[in-house]
Design a protein around this ligand. Structure first.
Ligand code: PMV
Length: 354
């Protein structure tokens, strides 16, 4: 299967100096990927919304060189970051079988995020997906013939090897990753865009307001987090349940059942955190203000009937999910009642991308 991603470049391609660029949004999972096997193969299927306003922009400059080895310099918001190179080099090592020219150029990566680096929003999904898209562009400039569809699929395949969830950031809308027998074309190797015509319009207008409860580094890296699922007493059941939940979500998406959607998505978020609390060592990634915000949200939903739901990433921030039709009342509630739980009063207003 991986064979399809080997380069089609002939060995006599000509090197030149140039630059490419990519814009890639972050994504938020509805059914969570948590646990992986060798080579970034997920232990269950997942699906996420690609966002709009939370993104990475990357310019990749390349200059031919003759010495052996990788040469990468990374600049974040214009500032040289020596500590970022090892992550890119690990990525290069993983993808060198599919991108043959990595040792033949000196690379300079100029990258910037729309969200503050310290916000606790993971930049690895948008960052790795932007890098992967850039590398496929260079491969094409050197002469590889790829259709637009093939180029995106390859970018998603490469992005996965940088950071699993990054493979879902290559496409807009809802993107599925992980092979199963109920989504046609699903694969462990790359993300697949879930067809827009299978999604009710109400789910195409969803807002995602991200409450920045705790700015700063996460207390568990996702590498450590995924590893916690090895030997976890509930892991096998969790992997089965994730696939069951994805299968349950599909008719909900088609029918436009916002209540069923919200309940399932909240269950997934809490399960992700519960798995971490039950792991060894254990992690509690919610902060007191995360819990306070969730409590207020549930109270608001009970009292007003507004369709406001949440999901969580592997951190303390809260993603508020709601359809555009309820946005006015909900955004007043966020400003008046939830903002107080955000560190520095900061939140990000985002939307799903279709
Ligand atoms: O892509 P990674 O290895 O950073 O893992 C991300 C895992 C979650 O964000 C917690 C869930 C997901 O599916 O995105």
């Amino acid at each position: 299967m991986e064979k399809q991603f080997h380069t089609t470049l002939q060995s006599n391609y000509t090197l030149f100096t140039g630059e490419v660029s990519a814009h890639s949004p972050s994504n938020i999972a509805l059914i969570k990927y948590w646990g992986k096997k060798e080579n970034q193969i997920p232990t269950n299927s997942s699906i996420s919304y690609t966002l709009t306003n939370s993104y990475t922009d990357t310019i990749l400059k390349f200059t031919p060189k003759t010495e052996k080895g990788y040469d990468v310099k990374v600049y974040l918001e214009g500032e040289y970051k020596e500590s970022f190179a090892p992550k890119i080099i690990t990525f290069f090592e993983r993808i060198t079988a599919y991108i043959p020219f990595l040792e033949q150029f000196s690379f300079e990566v100029f990258t910037s995020n729309s969200f503050p680096h310290s916000s606790g929003i993971a930049s690895s999904a948008s960052g790795m997906s932007a890098m992967a898209i850039c590398l496929v562009q260079i491969e094409q400039q050197l002469g590889a013939i790829l259709s637009e569809e093939e180029a995106l699929k390859k970018a998603s395949f490469l992005a996965r090897l940088g950071s699993g969830s990054a493979c879902r950031s290559v496409y807009k809308g809802l993107v599925e990753w992980g092979e199963n027998d109920f989504i046609e074309g699903s694969s462990d190797l790359y993300g697949t865009k879930y067809p827009d015509h299978e999604i009710h319009d109400v789910f195409k207008t969803f807002h995602d307001t991200i409450l920045l409860i705790h700015e700063g580094q996460k207390t568990v890296s996702s590498t450590v987090g995924h590893n916690l699922m090895n030997g976890h007493p509930y892991a096998e059941r969790r992997f089965i349940e994730a696939n069951e939940n994805l299968q349950k979500l599909l008719p909900i998406l088609k029918q436009g059942d916002v209540k069923a959607f919200g309940e399932l998505v909240e269950h997934e978020a809490l399960t992700l955190h519960a798995m971490m609390m039950m792991s060894n060592p254990a992690f509690i990634l919610m902060k007191p203000n995360t819990v306070a915000a969730l409590d207020k949200l549930w109270e608001f939903r009970r009292e007003t009937g507004n369709q406001l739901y949440f999901t969580l990433d592997a951190g303390a921030n809260v993603h508020l999910l709601y359809p555009a039709q309820d946005a006015e009342a909900i955004e007043i509630f966020i400003e008046n009642e939830l903002k107080q739980f955000c560190q520095n009063g900061n939140y990000i207003q985002d939307k799903v991308s279709f």
